[in-house]
Design a protein around this ligand. Structure first.
Ligand code: NI
Length: 139
């Protein structure tokens, strides 16, 4: 771990109270832990702004497998972009619904485009991308 540094922050009292309340409800024991996490999250989000930056993401998709050839379409898309897909897991939620988790890795622009394409596939009930990081540049 690099050197620990301390700094002072001035802010409106009401804003600080709202922050303290929020982080307490989220289980943080002190402001420092919360601020560190917020800064890391900000750094990770900027990694996604650079389309060439290597990122990692997980896409969760829920769909009805009986809908036309949706299953095949989603699988075909993943084969087409196999170099960006680390792995995927399929869960049969019930008689109709499937949940698929796809781990994506590559340049932010390409990963984002592929996630968008998978999410926009007709018949997908819900999809969410978690945009995270390889962790290499995050302390
Ligand atoms: Ni299934």
């Amino acid at each position: 771990m690099s050197d620990l540094e301390r700094f002072g922050v001035s802010m409106d009292g009401a804003l600080l109270n709202a922050f303290d309340e929020l982080i307490r409800s989220r289980g943080y024991r002190n402001r420092s832990e919360a601020i560190r996490d917020i800064i890391r999250d900000y750094l990770v989000s900027t990694e996604w702004e650079d389309s060439e930056h290597e990122v990692v993401g997980t896409l969760t998709v829920v769909y009805d497998h009986a809908r036309h050839d949706l299953s095949e379409k989603l699988t075909a898309l993943q084969h087409e972009h196999h170099e960006r897909i680390v792995c995927s897991t399929h869960v049969h939620i019930d008689e109709h619904n499937c949940l698929e988790i796809v781990v994506l890795r590559g340049p932010a622009g390409e990963v984002r485009r592929l996630a968008d394409e998978l999410m926009a596939t007709r018949g997908v009930k819900h999809a969410k991308l978690v945009s995270t990081t390889t962790g290499r540049e995050i302390v």
